[in-house]
Design a protein around this ligand. Structure first.
Ligand code: SF4
Length: 389
């Protein structure tokens, strides 16, 4: 799969920090997965079917994980007519399961509209009630928290948005933007407030004497630093980074990625890094989940996924990564058609309408997750025979 291995896009960026700088991360420890069918996990390696707990059992807290997500679903009703009758549901997230270890980064990739952002927002309880599933943050079900408990938990779970301009109030000076929630949560004594904000700005590469300026007076990269400073000022443990660099120039992307990595090392942060930029995800992530139409179709350690992508969708996605070598001929796999509507997903394997390797059974049978190598899982009928062999 050498052709699919990213050899470059992001390597061209200046002064990207070496991954080894990022603290106590041993990839082999991150193999925790993820499936659309958690009760049907099958292992090819040991030839055994390892049944996980069914989704109706109570999800048990495992302290090594800061976040445990099981069979999370978020469906949005489609309302028609004057009476607003519900005529269907958009299944934006349709059964996502994964565990995330402290101090690590999980990349979430997939086409636009596959449910990445909705997954991140549903984990943080930012989109109303969930449809089904469990989200344990430090052992507590996020959707069972009272208003007061959720308010307190907000300091520990933060989000950095894609567009640094629209997520900043144009009428507030930067110092106020960064400090507003700090004040709201009484995180520091009044007498120390200014020094605290100066310190956070400094750590995020912003000049503290700029705190009286307004967002429009900053560049795109600086505005994203302000967003990061606003999130980090609350001393979070877990941050959803929703396409945090996709609106920025390539050179600025490198600075922001380095900043995120430095802060992770310094504060032991855990990131869920949502992006469609595979080069960035390869650089920053310890584990990667590939989403298609509301489900995870492949998951594993970053090196395994990029070295040996298995699912036909992952292969097509990764074949588009540019290789900065004119002598290398790219074998681009072009997918036919566009992603189907999550309001009316295809039966069987949801990818079957675009898959070049589609078989008859794919049109009717939903594939189950299988472990192909330790910690590397895929949801595809192509691997059924290997499991039975
Ligand atoms: Fe393609 Fe079938 Fe695998 Fe789906 S299950 S990805 S249609 S081969």
């Amino acid at each position: 799969m050498a052709d699919n291995k990213n050899q470059g896009g992001f390597n061209q960026l200046p002064e990207i920090h070496n991954k080894s700088l990022r603290g106590p991360q041993h990839l082999s420890e991150h193999a925790d997965f993820i499936t659309s069918q958690p009760s049907e996990i099958k292992s090819i390696k040991d030839g055994k079917a390892a049944a996980a707990e069914g989704p109706k059992d109570k999800l048990e807290y495992d302290p090594q994980y800061i976040l445990q997500v099981r069979d999370l679903k978020k469906h949005f009703p489609i309302k028609d007519g004057m009476l607003g009758r519900v005529s269907g549901y958009v299944k934006a997230v349709d059964g996502v399961t994964f565990n995330l270890k402290r101090g690590t980064t999980m990349g979430l990739v997939g086409e636009s509209g596959c449910g990445k952002t909705t997954t991140g927002r549903a984990i943080l309880r930012l989109s109303g009630e969930k449809t089904a599933g469990d989200v344990l943050f430090n052992g507590k079900e996020v959707y069972d928290l009272t208003k007061k408990e959720l308010h307190d938990a907000r300091t520990k779970m933060q989000i950095i948005f894609q567009d640094p301009f629209s997520s900043l109030s144009p009428r507030m000076p930067v110092g106020e933007i960064i400090g507003e929630a700090v004040r709201e949560h009484n995180l520091v004594p009044k007498a120390e407030f200014n020094d605290y904000i100066d310190d956070i700005m400094d750590k995020c590469g912003l000049q503290p004497f700029h705190k009286d300026r307004y967002p429009h007076e900053f560049s795109g990269g600086q505005r994203q630093r302000i967003c990061i400073a606003r999130a980090l000022a609350l001393n979070p443990e877990f941050v959803v980074c929703d396409e945090p660099v996709s609106a920025l120039d390539v050179s600025i992307q490198a600075q922001i990625i380095n900043l995120l990595e430095d802060r992770q090392e310094q504060f032991g942060l855990t990131y869920l890094f949502i992006s469609h930029d595979l080069s960035v995800v390869e650089h920053i992530s310890d584990t990667v989940g590939v989403m298609y139409l509301g489900n995870l179709v492949e998951y594993g350690e970053t090196e395994d996924i990029f070295r040996n992508p298995l699912h036909p969708y992952t292969k097509a996605l990764f074949s588009a990564i540019p290789v900065p070598d004119p002598t290398v001929k790219m074998k681009r796999i072009v997918l036919e058609g566009s992603i189907p509507s999550p309001a009316n997903p295809p039966e069987g394997c949801k990818f079957h309408t675009r898959c070049a390797q589609c078989m008859e059974r794919c049109k009717h049978e939903v594939p189950v997750q299988r472990e192909i190598e330790p910690g590397h899982f895929v949801v595809c009928h192509l691997f059924d025979d290997a499991a039975e062999a």
